[in-house]
Design a protein around this ligand. Structure first.
Ligand SMILES: Nc1nc2c(ncn2[C@@H]2O[C@H](COP(=O)(O)OP(=O)(O)OP(=O)(O)O)[C@@H](O)[C@H]2O)c(=O)[nH]1
Ligand SMILES: [Mg+2]
Length: 320
């Protein structure tokens, strides 16, 4: 099917077209790329929300509760869960699927989970592509769940306009060790599992961390929630609405949109470059021979990295 036909189907809200479009994006096909280029001018209407936090923080439960709340408010919801490729979370996603079935049965919710392409990067590319295509398909809200795991995570977050960071109580360590990068990208913080002891302490710790962060036009609210029962979820939906409003009407909106575009482009370029480097390295057996040399100290690792880049450059020139 042509990208243009697929784009039309997506814009018309056709679910089968949407599912096929997502498959193209996942597989990173030429059709998928053309499709995204065609659809991008039609995006920007949805409220896109990234939900991140460490494993088991309750992100999926929270996403489910939030989807239910948004449905109550009459909005349609697209859900994307990005699997960071551990065999562990495959099970988790299956479990989520079952839990989500009741939710998706009403037709106002569309859910898709995606596996990462191994360690070749590309997670951020995939996530931002799927968020865009769901936006173009007309969902009022697009929720993106990702697991807090290093740089990838921070980059995946740039796919969404509003990032919600989910933390837990009792994890004083958890909060303290929260990556600075994650703190910086979060527009809303939620201490989930507030039914457990220590929620107020966690809120205070987050507040302390925010106090030493550079001042921004938007001050991230710190909320408490019990995703399991739905407590605090309406407040979360309100906070997301407020940030959405801010990102459209604040005097800093244009500047923030540019900062977001900047972060997104750099993260996508970095991830494409990384993937390309690894592909080059593996395709030509270049990496293997460099590894041989470096391991016996015949070549230094910096020189080896430069050689790898040289090989990439030659391949690019040959392609041009
Ligand atoms: N006590 C309590 N438990 C919760 C709450 N929300 C979620 N849980 C439980 O926490 C566990 C993990 O929940 P998930 O929603 O799967 O967490 P997740 O962050 O999506 O997990 P991964 O995707 O595997 O990283 C489950 O056993 C949930 O039932 C809550 O508000 N209170
Ligand atoms: Mg989950």
């Amino acid at each position: 099917m042509l990208a243009s036909d697929l784009a039309e189907g997506v814009l018309a809200g056709n679910r089968r077209a949407l599912a096929r479009a997502i498959s193209h994006i996942e597989a990173d096909t030429a059709t998928g790329r053309d499709l995204l280029a065609a659809l991008y001018p039609r995006t920007g209407r949805a409220q896109t929300v990234g939900v991140t936090g460490s494993a088991g923080a309750g992100k999926s439960t929270l996403v489910g509760a939030l989807a239910r709340e948004e449905r109550k408010r009459g909005r349609t919801v697209g859900i994307v869960a990005v699997d960071p490729s551990s065999p562990f979370s495959h099970g988790a996603i299956l479990g989520d699927r079952i839990r989500m079935q009741a939710l998706t049965a009403d037709g106002g919710v569309f859910m898709r989970s995606m596996a990462s392409r191994g360690n070749l990067g590309g997670l951020a590319e995939m996530a931002s592509g799927v968020v865009d295509v769901m936006d173009a398909a007309g969902f009022d809200v697009v929720l993106l769940e990702t697991v807090g795991a290093g740089q990838d995570e921070v980059e995946v977050a740039t796919a969404a306009q509003t990032t919600v960071l989910v933390a837990n109580p009792g994890g004083g360590d958890d909060v303290q060790s929260m990556k600075a990068g994650l703190m910086e990208i979060a527009q809303i913080m939620v201490v989930n599992k507030a039914d457990l002891a220590g929620a107020d302490t966690a809120v205070m710790q987050l507040r302390g961390l925010l106090a030493i962060a550079p001042l921004r036009a938007w001050t991230p609210p710190i909320l408490k929630a019990v995703a399991k029962t739905g407590e605090g979820i309406a407040e979360l939906a309100d906070a997301i609405d407020r940030h959405h409003e801010h990102s459209r009407t604040s005097p800093h909106a244009a500047e923030e949109r540019r900062a977001h575009a900047h972060a997104q482009i750099v993260s996508l370029a970095r991830s494409a470059l990384y993937r390309e480097a690894l592909q080059t390295a593996e395709a030509e057996g270049v990496l293997q021979s460099l590894v041989d040399d470096v391991a016996v100290r015949q070549r230094d690792p910096r020189a080896a990295a430069t050689t790898l880049l040289d090989v990439m450059r030659i391949r690019w020139q040959a392609r041009a």
